[in-house]
Design a protein around this ligand. Structure first.
Ligand SMILES: *Cc1c(COP(=O)(O)O)cnc(C)c1O
Length: 356
């Protein structure tokens, strides 16, 4: 057990909300976790009532963006337990983000036990409905009031919780993507493999342009040649060409190593599908479509789980995939993963972290 200070709310605000009809990431639970880093060490973590915090306007993360986060989910299982899916993987990835941004690592035990205690305390907020869950957002940011450019000496690590429904308004229905055009999300040697806030700031302008044209999200091509498919704003990319499942490799350092991506590859391999991690050019996808060999495209990520892609635009061309409907592989993967998450299917890979 970790040493944790808990200050509870006097009265829960849960009755003010309708947990049956949730929009992604708009409401927050009664409590949050906060831990301060100073004098080269972490202070004792505290769970306190959710609310505003006061910061110095010279705090360097506000100016230079030394800020990173994670995203994971807790589910209410069919046998009424709480399951935090693959929490150890999020902890590992958070360490990599912290390292790349010169921020101190949060000790694994504190990351895991802190989230466990917080979720346990706010368990009433985990929605019951299938497709809904409690989104967990750990984050770390530099707090030193200092306007020079160098790593901060002080930080806050915090965790907030948000009951959520489906990520896209489409739900588990196909989304429409458009390639990134002249924009780049990242490049080799950059921050692409981390959940650094900067990666999302850079995506806003192109994503807004895409939405104006009627698309849900941008499909990012590589930053060098704008030729190879990388990923979507918050999802990794998979396509099925002539029965073979393809996904771009993550060793370029330009793609976020998704935990859902890894889970999907594992499930597919186990079921005997051929999965190949290799670069896929946008031209190859359009050519496969022309030859009638493009079976499916889907994205994978914690927020949307599996998100089928029904339409894809690139330059002046536009294709409709699988008649704009969810394909069989996307459907199977959605059922498998959500089945494990909600405890309906056996957790044969040991992915569930159960809180009794
Ligand atoms: C979080 C994220 C993903 C998906 O990762 P998961 O671990 O599956 O949630 C993919 N791409 C980007 C850019 C992301 O931020």
């Amino acid at each position: 057990m970790i040493d944790l200070e808990i200050k509870k709310v006097e009265k829960s605000k849960i009755d003010n909300y309708d947990l049956e009809n949730l929009v992604f990431g708009t409401i927050f639970t009664d409590h949050m976790l906060i831990m301060e880093y100073k004098d080269e060490k972490w202070e004792k973590p505290k769970i306190v009532p959710f609310g505003e915090i006061s910061v110095n306007p010279a705090m360097c993360s506000l100016h230079y963006g030394q800020l990173g986060f994670e995203g994971l989910k807790a589910f209410k299982t069919v046998d009424d337990k709480i399951n935090i899916f693959r929490i150890d993987k999020n902890c590992e990835r958070f360490e990599k983000t912290c390292e790349r941004l010169c921020m101190p690592k949060v000790p694994k035990e504190i990351f895991i036990e802190g989230i466990k205690e917080l979720v346990s305390l706010d368990r009433a907020w985990i929605p019951q409905k299938k497709g809904s869950s409690l989104y967990i957002r750990p984050f770390i940011f530099a707090t030193e009031p200092f306007l020079g450019v160098r790593p901060s000496k002080t930080y806050y690590y915090m965790v907030i919780l948000s009951p959520v429904g489906p990520y896209y308004k489409e739900g588990f229905n196909p989304v429409k993507l458009i390639t990134s055009g002249k924009y780049s999300r990242t490049c080799e040697g950059g921050l692409g493999f981390t959940k650094a806030a900067a990666n999302y700031a850079i995506s806003l302008y192109p994503a807004t342009e895409a939405q104006k044209k009627g698309y849900t999200q941008v499909l990012w091509l590589d930053g060098k040649e704008h030729k190879y498919v990388e990923e979507v704003g918050t999802m990794n990319f998979f396509c099925v060409i002539d029965g073979e499942i393809l996904t771009p490799p993550i060793d370029t350092g330009t793609i976020l190593p998704g935990i859902t991506r890894e889970s999907v590859i594992k499930i597919l391999n186990d079921k005997g599908y051929k999965v190949t991690e290799r670069r896929v050019s946008i031209d190859e996808i359009f050519e496969a479509n022309e030859n009638g060999k493009l079976d499916e495209i889907f994205g994978t990520g914690t927020a949307a789980v599996i998100s089928p892609v029904g339409e894809l635009a690139h330059e002046d061309k536009k294709i409709v995939i699988n008649n704009g409907e969810t394909g069989p592989i996307a459907k199977m993967l959605f059922d498998e993963i959500t089945g494990i998450q909600y405890g309906e299917k056996p957790d044969k890979y040991g992915w569930n972290f159960i809180i009794e």
